[in-house]
Design a protein around this ligand. Structure first.
Ligand code: MV4
Length: 501
């Protein structure tokens, strides 16, 4: 059978568009990039076989403009559309618009996107399947009195969550009954503004949770398999910074149970293509279903490196109607993979975006190092989109080897012109708790103190004073300053015969 797609349009930008273009090229499929006015010189535009301008920089007029994207696919004769992540990736209406235009949407069926987009509905699916969820309500709560009754039943501390929510919006932690009425008001108004639905439900609060997610693949022929888990606890305000696979706390038994739960949920909603089932894992290593992401995820490469399977190629084959070419028993895991997100942000100034021109760039490379980047030396990072520049992914035979390799790769990675997350990633690779695998979603604020702007300000002042003192010290000496230790600290050796010439 010849592959049914000759040409794929990628409805995205940056590193993920580049990732999909690469898979297409290896499969002999032509690629079409789309771009906004701000992305004329972006890497995905340079690497694709063709590129179509969508409109001005704001996403609403470019990467979210369904009609323009469909028109671009039609004009170029594309057979299928890959949405990447973000933008239109979990928009059921977009998936339907593709189908209506005779284009294959490289993702799940619209009904599966919808059923998992409703977070309370997803929770009900899990409950029906006897997949563990955090104890709480199955329906939105009514008035304050009812909420108070349920909260007492569930037991404090509790969490209020938006029924239509996800990603942390409309969420409130309530530690005591006295805080409940105010928290309800806040959660409802935030949920109403963000999702157009003020309904909230109650869950028991899981202290110090780990965020662990399971990769699933479903074909359209009744097969669903999982490719194991990713540990994603190192995050700040729901933005992940580091991901790894496997998770330091997941053993083969837990992997099998979480994997089976994930596959059951996927199968129940008729899931086809790549998806991710998120769990909270508590201190006793009990897992609880949280939600399902109906897209390829940023952190998919760590799964690729430990399973040896190309997820984007799998997505293309599944969308083309092929059967999964392997069974669950054939999925094997080898070694350890870690991903670090290199963002154009200042980690010591509250992670504020640092767009601008990359004056000089030297990415890491070498054995078992993968640089999934959307940028290049001389490129100007536009201010309109997210700050992800590149993902640095390494593989090692075990966790210790992977951490050492990541530290080595981060030391090689040099970016001049914009601030990046590299310094804090380097600190985390040396952190005692991280190295020991003691992780939770509170790791960054607890261990790094990065969520306190005043601490960042103080550190900056201390750094400036130290730099001034060091400069003063150097200036006062006859001998040149000793080379600092570490990479880039090369010594210039001059042949003695040159002296005095
Ligand atoms: C929780 C929780 C603790 N207990 N639910 C945050 C995003 C949203 N999808 C679910 N989230 C949480 N739900 C209960 N019952 C803690 C979080 C949470 C979190 C979850 C995953 C990754 C990072 C997080 C950071 C803070 C809070």
């Amino acid at each position: 059978m010849t592959f049914p797609f000759g040409k794929v349009l990628i409805a995205n930008r940056g590193e993920i568009a580049v990732r999909v273009i690469r898979a297409c090229r290896e499969m002999g499929i032509a690629s079409v990039a789309v771009f906004s006015e701000a992305d004329r010189e972006s890497l995905h535009v340079l690497l694709a076989d063709e590129a179509v301008r969508l409109g001005p920089p704001p996403a609403a007029e470019s990467y979210l403009a369904v009609d323009r994207i469909i028109a671009a696919a039609r004009a170029t004769g594309a057979d299928a559309v890959h949405p990447g992540y973000g933008f239109l990736a979990e928009n059921a209406g977009f998936a339907e618009a593709c189908a209506a235009a005779g284009l294959v949407f490289i993702g799940p069926p619209p009904a599966a996107i919808r059923s998992m987009g409703d977070k309370m509905g997803a929770r009900r699916v899990a409950i029906q399947l006897k997949v563990p969820v955090v104890p709480g309500t199955e329906r939105p709560v009514g008035d304050d009195a009812e909420a108070a009754r349920i909260a007492t039943e569930v037991g404090y501390p509790i969490m209020l969550k938006a029924a239509r929510g996800g990603g942390g919006k409309g969420m409130r932690l309530v530690r005591t009954p006295g805080e409940l009425p105010g928290a309800l008001r806040g959660a409802r108004s935030e949920a109403g503004a963000a999702f157009g639905d003020a309904a909230v439900y109650i869950e028991r609060y899981v202290e110090e949770p780990r965020h662990i997610e399971v990769q699933v693949l479903g074909d359209g022929h009744g097969h669903v398999v999982h490719l194991g888990e990713r540990e994603c606890s190192i995050q700040r305000r729901h933005q992940k910074l580091i991901e790894e696979s496997p998770s330091p706390i997941v053993d083969p038994g837990l992997r099998r149970r979480m994997g089976e739960a994930a596959c059951r949920i996927a199968a129940a909603v008729g899931y086809v293509n790549a998806g991710t089932v998120e769990f909270l894992v508590d201190r006793d290593r009990h897992f609880h279903f949280l939600e399902m992401n109906t897209r390829l995820q940023v952190e998919h490469p760590v799964t690729e490196l430990v399973t040896g399977r190309d997820l984007v190629k799998q997505q293309l084959r599944i969308a083309a109607g092929e059967k999964l070419g392997f069974t669950q028993d054939e999925v094997v895991w080898n070694g350890w993979a870690i991903e670090c997100r290199i963002n154009a942000e200042d980690p010591y100034a509250g992670f504020i975006p640092s767009p601008g021109r990359i004056v000089s760039l030297r990415p890491a490379s070498g054995p078992w190092v993968r640089d999934d980047s959307g940028v290049y030396s001389g490129y100007t990072i536009p201010r309109f989109y997210d700050t992800l520049m590149a993902k640095l992914i390494v593989w090692g035979s075990d966790r210790e080897a992977a951490i050492a390799r990541m530290a080595r790769a981060l030391a090689e990675y040099k970016v001049v012109g914009v601030q990046t997350t590299i310094p804090i990633l380097q600190r985390i690779m040396r952190d005692e708790d991280f190295v020991a695998g003691r992780l939770s979603t509170h790791f960054l604020e607890r261990r790094m103190g990065v969520d306190r702007p005043e601490a960042a300000g103080r550190r900056r002042t201390v750094a400036l004073i130290a730099a001034a003192l060091a400069a003063y010290d150097r200036a006062g000496r006859r001998a040149p300053a000793p080379a600092p230790p570490g990479l880039g600290a090369w010594r210039q050796v001059t042949w003695p015969g040159w002296r005095g010439r």
